[in-house]
Design a protein around this ligand. Structure first.
Ligand SMILES: [Zn+2]
Length: 317
């Protein structure tokens, strides 16, 4: 095992700012081998569960390198790439549908996806509506992730890249599994709120700490994503953080666009020591597909509520 240690900074509560956390537990990193453990705490002031030991921003890239499957795209899965691509397209379609259930978009509208990863969602939304699409991600994406006509910028709030600043105001802002990574979610959300068009909307999906998969898996639950997730939200603490940033909640559901199965499968792979950077993903695919098929009624359908995902829809006014 190539054991490594990353430099750590101690963090206060990302929601209310209080330095009054009660230690919940400490856990090893997930989906990467590090020779250190990371503490989570519950804020005594606001109840948010948050990561205490943050990896320094300069070393953050290590957490999203070869071992991190989500930025590598379907090619990672070798002969099964086509199936993964189809599944990703279904997730993107669900995200497009969720946005278009709230608003209509056209060529005059700008959509910002924060934590865009490979910007296939923006591509699907642009193709469907003709909107202008821009993505921002904290880490640089592989060159093969580029999509023609979709601008992606690298940056970490509050240092917003110039491309993003100039693209405002936004008709839609989306964050698909991004807000929980942000060490300063209130500042990020407040900055975005001030740059929305009248009638604009934000759609945010994060894990739900009160979901069934979180109860089943304990510290192994991928919603911790140790040490990548700065906040691990309940329904209540997510609502508190967005309202603290001045947004108005118009809908809040305990479902997401991912199949809840992902929240079990990644945890099981982590537990058995599978590392995407070192072990061949195609070997895992048949087990993954079988597991998905066998648990479909409970974990396959993204419409099943309370399984570990939540989505909140916001208006700036
Ligand atoms: Zn707090």
């Amino acid at each position: 095992m190539d054991e490594r240690r990353l430099p750590i900074t101690y963090a206060a509560c990302p929601s209310c700012g209080a330095d009054d956390g009660e230690t919940l537990f400490e856990a090893p990193a997930q989906l990467i081998d590090l020779d250190q453990r990371f503490r989570f705490a519950t804020c005594r002031q606001c109840g948010l569960v948050y990561l205490v030991d943050h990896v320094d921003a300069a070393a953050m890239g290590t957490l999203y390198d070869a071992d991190y499957p989500l930025h590598r795209g379907p090619a990672l899965w070798g002969p099964f790439a086509r199936f993964v691509e189809d599944d990703n397209a279904r997730v993107d379609a669900a995200r497009v549908a969720r946005v278009l259930s709230q608003t209509t978009l056209g060529p005059d509208d700008v959509v910002l996806d924060v934590g865009c990863g490979r910007p296939t969602f923006l591509e699907a939304l642009r193709d469907r509506t003709g909107c202008r699409a821009i993505g921002i991600d904290a880490v640089s994406l592989p060159p093969d992730a580029a999509v023609a006509g979709i601008m992606t910028a690298q940056g970490v709030p509050p240092d917003w890249p110039q491309e993003v600043v100039e693209a405002a105001p936004f008709s839609v802002v989306t964050m698909w599994h991004a807000l929980e990574h942000d060490p300063q979610p209130v500042a990020t959300l407040a900055w975005l709120r001030d740059r929305m068009r009248l009638g604009g909307v934000a759609v945010i999906e994060v894990p739900d700490l009160e979901g069934a998969t979180a109860r089943w898996m304990g510290k192994r639950w991928p919603g911790w994503h140790t040490p990548r997730h700065a906040s691990v939200f309940t329904v209540e603490t997510l609502r508190a953080v967005v309202e603290r940033a001045g947004w108005r909640v118009v809908a809040h559901e305990r479902t997401g666009t991912l199949a809840p199965f992902v929240l079990v499968a990644l945890g099981v792979l982590d537990a058995v020591g599978f590392r995407f950077g070192r072990h061949p993903a195609p070997l895992v695919f048949p087990v993954w597909a079988l597991g998905m098929a066998l648990t479909w009624p409970w974990l396959g359908r993204r419409t099943r509520a309370g399984m570990g995902l939540q989505t909140i829809v916001l208006r700036p006014e």
